[in-house]
Design a protein around this ligand. Structure first.
Ligand SMILES: Nc1ncnc2c1ncn2[C@@H]1O[C@H](COP(=O)(O)OP(=O)(O)OP(=O)(O)O)[C@@H](O)[C@H]1O
Ligand SMILES: [Mg+2]
Length: 425
């Protein structure tokens, strides 16, 4: 039945009984007695209501600890509904606390550190990994400002700049951490820490290994190549030995030498001990020299044009020569005879730009994103033919990275490619 009716019907019934009782008393014993009995009955009713109100107010003071009072009349319904509410509430709270326990357990098993802060960076909670990574304590530091707990200037700058879309690399107590802040729920932020010490160490070992191996291979190879040249120049050689065996050996020896030089260049570009030595780069000189080399490599098989319409920049001339040179060499290598190559230095609204456009074989879209990976070649057999090692664009990428520049590639298979390097303003 409708709860409204459940409330009003008994209340109305009770009032009716009081009124009827008072009327009957009035009829039998006179008006005064009727009024007195009616008033007395109403007084009893009011006292009973007040008693339940008092019990309810007492219960509201300690809803968890005390048993709910039994009711009378409409109060029975009120108390039973309150009882149900309390039971549901208890169940919800139990569910929530179980869920929270499970969530905390999961968080404490995470290999990454997680700390939750409010909008003004006061620590609310952190998992054991974050405690270990950042030297925090969930109990001691709760409610403290994170910038007072992590005092690294790089971290403070990160907070001040507020560019949280980028992670920050921090050195904390001999560990290398990648740290990022993720705002959520408007008024909260999560600080995530990831330990990259081991990855860095392995990376360094790999770099050192390549550097050492390349270095150790360079000297014997130079000797072998030198003697091959001497052997090639001997006058009393038969044709098969000179043009067949020796020529092939010299070509392959040269290829190995190029590969080793490229690997050494890459290692050097990656090394933190090898900072960029900046100078004013004379772009015109550099590009005219590149044009001459390109024409020599092409041997008249391509039409090569150069346009310079932009300012000089600051950078390292040798590194830029190697990067731009690779793009021009690629254009020549991967453009069939009769094709056009246009080299351009220009000023765009986003800064100076170097571009090489060719009418060559082009690159299918799925390869473009992978071109700057080491040893990545679209067509291995053709690259072998052109003596490519697949390290050229990796070197280009690293040189550009050191100059704060980016590489953009547009290409259509069969039509040609444009490689653009964009420098900061
Ligand atoms: N202009 C271009 N047109 C078509 N394909 C290209 C062009 N430039 C590069 N590529 C493709 O990208 C691959 C990677 O180029 P990258 O310069 O890194 O290596 P490579 O030229 O093969 O060797 P090297 O290390 O001697 O430069 C090439 O093997 C080629 O398949
Ligand atoms: Mg190349």
């Amino acid at each position: 039945m409708n709860p409204q009716l459940l409330f009003w019907i008994p209340a109305a019934l009770r009032l009716t009984i009081v009124l009827l009782g008072a009327a009957a008393a009035g009829y039998f014993f006179g008006v005064t007695a009727g009024l007195a009995i009616g008033l007395l009955a109403l007084l009893v009713l009011v006292i009973v209501q007040l008693k339940y109100l008092y019990l309810l107010s007492g219960w509201l003071d300690h809803p968890e600890s005390e048993k709910l009072p039994d009711g009378w009349g409409a109060w029975t319904d009120v108390f039973s509904r309150l009882y149900r509410l309390r039971r549901d509430d208890e169940r919800n709270r139990k569910d929530l606390s179980e869920w929270l326990t499970r969530f905390r357990q999961a968080m404490s098993l995470l290999p990454d550190g997680v700390a939750i802060m409010d909008d003004v960076l006061f620590l609310e909670w952190c998992n054991p990994t974050a405690e270990r990574h950042l030297g925090l304590s969930n109990t001691r530091d709760k409610g403290m400002r994170v910038t007072n707990l992590i005092r690294d200037p790089a971290f403070i700058d990160y907070i001040i700049l507020g560019r949280y879309d980028q992670p920050l690399t921090l050195n904390v107590r001999d560990r290398k951490l990648v740290v990022q802040i993720i705002p959520f729920e408007n008024r909260r932020q999560i600080l995530v820490t990831h330990d990259v010490t081991e990855t860095e160490r392995i990376d360094m070992m790999r770099r050192d290994f390549i550097a050492n191996a390349s270095h150790e291979l360079r000297t014997p190879l130079t000797v072998i190549n030198g003697f091959l040249e001497i052997a090639y120049a001997q006058p009393d050689l038969d044709q098969t030995t000179r043009m067949g065996h020796l020529k092939l050996m010299i070509e392959q020896g040269q290829r190995m030498q190029n590969l080793i030089e490229d690997m050494l260049t890459l290692t050097r570009l990656e090394s933190i001990d090898y900072p960029l030595r900046k100078e004013q780069v004379n772009i015109r000189n550099l590009l005219e020299q590149l044009l001459r080399e390109a024409e020599a490599l092409s041997g008249g098989r391509h039409t090569i044009t150069l346009a310079i319409d932009g300012p000089d920049i600051e950078g390292n001339t040798d590194e830029l020569r190697s990067a731009f040179g690779n793009l021009v060499t690629n254009a020549i290598r991967y453009t069939p005879e009769g094709g056009q190559i246009h080299i351009q230095w220009s000023q765009t609204e986003n800064g100076p730009q170097f571009s090489v456009q060719d009418s060559g074989i082009g690159i299918r879209a799925e390869h473009i994103a992978r071109l700057t990976e080491r040893f990545y070649r679209v067509d291995k057999s053709r690259s072998r033919e052109t003596q490519g090692t697949g390290l050229g664009l990796a070197i280009v990428k690293h040189v550009l990275l050191r100059h704060g520049a980016t590489l953009a590639i547009e290409s259509e298979e069969g039509k040609g490619s444009t490689f653009m390097t964009r420098f900061p303003i």
